[in-house]
Design a protein around this ligand. Sequence first.
Ligand SMILES: Cc1ncc(C[n+]2csc(CCOP(=O)(O)OP(=O)(O)O)c2C)c(N)n1
Ligand SMILES: [Mg+2]
Length: 724
Amino acid sequence: MASATKKVNTKTAAKAVSTNGKTAAAKYHGLDTATLVAMYRTMYMSRRIDDKEIQLKGQNKIFFQISGAGHEGILVAAAHALKPGYDWFFPYYRDRALMLGLGMTAQEMLWSSVGAEADPNSHGRQMPSHWGSPELNVPSQSSCTGSQALHAVGAAEAGYRAGLVKGLKDKVTGFKGDEVVYMSVGDGTTSEGEWWEALNTASNLKLPVIFMVEDNGYAISTPVEVGTAGGNVAKLVTGFPGLYIQECDGTDVLESYQTMQRAVAYCRERKGPAFVHAKVVRPYSHSLSDDEKLYRPVHELEAEVATDPIRKFGEFLMTEGIASSEQLEVLRNEVDTEVTAASDIAIETPQPAPESAHRNVYSPDVDPTDRQLFDTEDGAELHGNPGTMVDLINRCLHEEMKRDERIVVFGEDVADCSREEYLDEVKGKGGVFKVTANLQRKFGSARVFNSPLAEANIIGRAYGMSLRNLKPVVEIQFFDYIFPAFHQIRNEVAVTRWRSDGDTKCPMVIRVPVGGYLKGGAVYHSQSGTTLFSHTPGLMIVYPSNALDANGLLRTAIRCDDPVMFLEHKHLYRQVYNKSQYPSSDFLIPFGKAKKVREGSDVTIVTFGALVERSNQACKRLEQQGISVELIDLRTLVPYDWEAIAESVKKTSRVIVAHEDPVSYGYGAEIAARISDELFEYLDAPVRRVGATDTFVAYAPQVEDYILPQSEDVEKAVQELMKY
Ligand SMILES: Cc1ncc(C[n+]2csc(CCOP(=O)(O)OP(=O)(O)O)c2C)c(N)n1
Ligand SMILES: [Mg+2]
């Protein structure tokens, strides 16, 4: 990214100013005087960009502001202790001084403030101070407090697994063998469950993650003792094995630097994760949308002035004779000029074109609907004894893991046996539905392993691994328990490509057993929840109804460059009617290609999943009544095959959309609305929906039967449509 202002890399700037550097270096923990002055410059620059943004916000030239004020000391220390473009960074919105220290420029930050397309962080899509830079190894950050903790763990874990699997080292992005992963949060964010999940896994696997807590004593208006038992999170984390715990005054640059150096060394030597608790201050309100005078008395604010890190570090440089007051004044003037010049350029820099909104929802490179690349259905040769959907998914996983070493499979109970020493004595679990059976045995525990019982942990770690080019194919044990991971899926996985305008991506496959008709599945083992995810841009959704489709669609999902939700119906896992012989290892079904299960001329049924066979049974009965029904199995819900629907509706003029989820606000409503909108003139009857009652699924079988749509419900709906 070209920059109109000079790039301030404090490490090179240091060379220019050095006086008596060597003696000073010994005294100041290896930092020579020029570096110390350069660090001051970065801190001051950080504050001046905040001040400039505050001014611009007042002039309505930017639209949001959140500052890094008071945090600059620990952040400039962190930047100097770590290596830009070598180590990995998962910072948060206060980390402006870190980003400047790593090499981001004032110009780039101010482009972000005005929402310019030139902004390298998000190209005008996210609020300012939401950092992202592929060249600095800073994956796009969201606004969600703490969700990046698990990404940091996953990113570190990618390096860890590359160390265990021959052939992976050159496939994991930026694998060095001693790279460190930095993640930061505020004191308030340490109350997020995912942050604790991240500490748990990092400690368990001894991953090289630095967990930084920038404790400014407040989470917006909530003081630290309200959220944190005892008021000091450093005391709470002492039980994690191997976690190197450090506390420091984050407003003291040298103390912070020493602390960071120790933490970095610990992680580089692969001794485990480190935890740095840096006490900082917050001289400005939480953001420009907050007024701290509403909850902090004047005396508290005044007391903080003396501990302002920039003021303290400036005084230190002068007392130590490292820089005179005049020299610092010159430096400050230079920074002011640079920031003003960058700001003047920024406000003249264009925002993205409005239609650019459509860009990078999905991969521009890999299109799984491309039938040239992803369709080997026609004439596919099948062999062997017919297998169930479980068998054919399992076969696909085996073949794909063999083809692509980057694939890792994990989730709850997916391994054959976590205690490897038992593997010879036991048959192995391989998933509660046995879909992942024998994968660990075949491909080893470094690529197939059990996760903790924590769904956000699974998705968050998968996200971090995918950032570094592993291909996670993870399992959420039951759809009903996907909700702890919903935040990760909705706010991170689905959004990442878009919010970074294509700079960061996280392709993965999330396999999820779904659905009811189990007799006894009840409320928490029957959900199929398609609507929640189909309403989220950025995800692709696959929902096969039979063994062969599951095989071909899973292969496409794995080779896709986007996150794919792969919904596997539990009731269909072992049905005899949907068994198939095995296709070859290049059998691919493209997304957005429906299957015509039956030809017909009177009514079209558009459906998927368990309703395919139920509708088929209805069609057979209707045929005997002289009604000819065309049955379409969508197979993929996002994207879906509109052409197939339109062609059929134009022929039959009557259409039913049938699905297992409750009717109201459902997936069927979307299809029905589009049919009414685009095919109105072809219709001879209203578009009808068949689905579950607007309730949950009950345990008692006769109530479950009433709730879920049955073959008879479909039959009745067709008969009614025929009256028009
Ligand atoms: C998951 C989530 N919940 C709530 C918010 C709204 N929010 C933004 S910042 C913040 C306070 C964070 O406090 P702390 O972690 O102490 O960081 P600080 O801002 O003090 O540096 C809150 C509640 C959010 N962004 N994300
Ligand atoms: Mg705070």
